[in-house]
Design a protein around this ligand. Structure first.
Ligand code: ZN
Length: 133
């Protein structure tokens, strides 16, 4: 059995790779062809911090096709330690335990599996950092 394409791509996907704009300094995540703010194509690879805090979230009960198995799940707005804000799924938590301001960290998780093609897709998600009392 051959190694699925997405599996081989994992090393590049485990880190939060964004871009920093050479003209205006805006951090773009996910990476794109032009700066979201000023349109410049002068973009440098930029590694985002892996920790931050949850500044808002919504519970998704009617997910897009292909994500039905995950519902309900929490989609969070996360402010990373450098101030960059990104949207990502929150995992490893009971939805009732989610709190605004709670510390979170990025994790690398399977998001879907195509049974026929054997392709497994992964994505960055965030999980709460719980401190032991
Ligand atoms: Zn820019």
């Amino acid at each position: 059995m051959s190694v699925p394409r997405y599996w081989r791509e994992i090393p590049q996907r485990t880190r939060l790779e964004g871009q920093k704009c050479g003209r205006c300094g805006t951090v773009n995540y996910p990476p794109r062809a032009r700066c979201l703010k000023c349109g410049s194509t002068s973009l440098e690879q930029y590694r985002l911090p892996e920790k931050g805090s949850l500044i808002s979230f919504t519970i998704v009960r009617n997910p897009p096709v292909g994500f039905e198995r995950n519902a309900p799940y929490a989609l969070g707005l996360i402010e990373l330690e450098d101030g960059t804000r990104i949207t990502a799924q929150i995992t490893d938590v009971e939805l009732d335990d989610l709190r605004i301001g709670m510390p979170v960290e990025s994790v690398f998780r399977k998001v879907s599996e195509d049974g026929d093609a054997g392709i497994i897709r992964y994505a960055i998600k965030f999980r709460p950092i719980f401190y032991n009392p």
